[in-house]
Design a protein around this ligand. Structure first.
Ligand code: NDP
Length: 285
């Protein structure tokens, strides 16, 4: 049989991007699945995105991830968007299908799948979410599409918070409202699923936690965090101390990585390997 030294190419465009852990996870998955794929972590400056995309097409990349500051900026260059990416207004993943470049957003899907794997359904649930940035938008829309009954958005910046609540409320079947983030804000007592979707507590700021009234978290709530490093941020530790079931951000990261893997390779992702590889990268104590 003739040898094939050519690898299929995937990767991520971002700036800053040096600390992005996706490459370690995807390359471990490619090796475990025995496919000749590579995942390159590429620093692409804001003004170089179009050129980078042209380059990706020229070398026949299978697809790529986008991180700051490109998730919205990529949209005009794509041929199509999935319905969720169109609603969210941002793409974190691009893949090529039948010659068309398609933008998808796997962040929120990863979150919903991670919850399902933990035995938690969004259907009919009352959700409260801290944050209204990119991750929160993706999570909010996917929770709504997964059948959440209501979503309360608590965000420091009122304009962003209101905008997200209005988007969910007007474009999906889910009722959504905005709640101002006052000091030591109380979590509404009807909350069944509480999502921490801000960047507070991410390494190296491991001693920080959102300014909420922690005693309003009850043991009946499922409490989730998007922060994956450390694996148990202070926020989740406080929730666990009050008896709540907690779901870490690493599950979401693995699930969105697995969805990307499947979009690019067409085969099922070896999720155990991805999970184990990432855990070794992060602070787990
Ligand atoms: P953005 O910059 O888009 O949004 C940041 C959000 O955090 C905003 O809502 C912002 O509020 C809020 N925020 C930041 N600092 C504070 C503060 N001191 N007090 C109150 N609110 C604050 O970031 P992303 O949404 O893209 O990412 C958020 C986090 O999610 C990151 O840490 C990222 O690593 C993580 N993430 C995890 C994923 C996973 O798979 N687990 C996937 C994607 C992201 P305001 O609007 O008021 O500025």
């Amino acid at each position: 049989m003739e040898k094939n030294y050519r690898a299929e190419l995937t990767g991520v465009f971002g700036d800053p991007v040096d600390g992005n852990p996706s490459g370690v996870m995807e390359e471990a998955a490619y090796a475990a699945a025995g496919v000749n794929y590579r995942y390159l972590t590429m620093r692409v400056k804001k003004e170089a995105l179009q050129a980078a995309f042209e380059g990706a097409k020229a070398v026949g990349m299978k697809g790529f991830n986008l991180t700051m500051p490109h998730k919205i900026a990529i949209l005009p260059y794509l041929d199509e968007l999935t319905p969720a990416a169109a609603l969210i207004g941002a793409a974190n993943t691009v893949y090529c299908k039948n010659g068309k470049w398609i933008g998808e957003n796997t962040d929120g899907k990863g979150f919903v799948t991670a919850l399902e794997k933990a035995g938690i359904s969004l259907k009919g649930k009352k959700v409260t979410m801290l944050g209204a940035g990119g991750a929160a938008r993706a999570i909010g829309i996917e929770c709504a599409l997964a059948g959440a009954q209501s979503i309360t958005v608590i965000n420091r910046n009122e304009i962003h918070g209101r905008e997200l609540a209005e988007l969910i409320d007007s474009m999906t079947e889910t009722k959504a409202e905005y709640l101002p983030w006052t000091a030591a804000v109380q979590i509404p007592s009807h909350t069944q699923i509480l999502v921490q979707a801000t960047s507070i507590g991410l390494h190296p700021d491991v001693d920080q936690k959102p300014d909420i009234e922690y005693d309003t978290i009850s043991k009946e709530m499922v409490v989730c965090d998007v922060i994956f490093n450390p694996v148990q941020p202070l926020f989740l530790q406080e929730a666990a101390r009050r008896g709540a079931k907690t779901v870490t951000g690493i599950g979401m990261l693995v699930q969105q990585g697995a969805l990307n893997f499947e979009l690019w390779t067409g085969i099922q992702a070896p999720m155990e390997v991805m999970y184990e590889t990432l855990e070794k990268e992060f602070i787990t104590e």
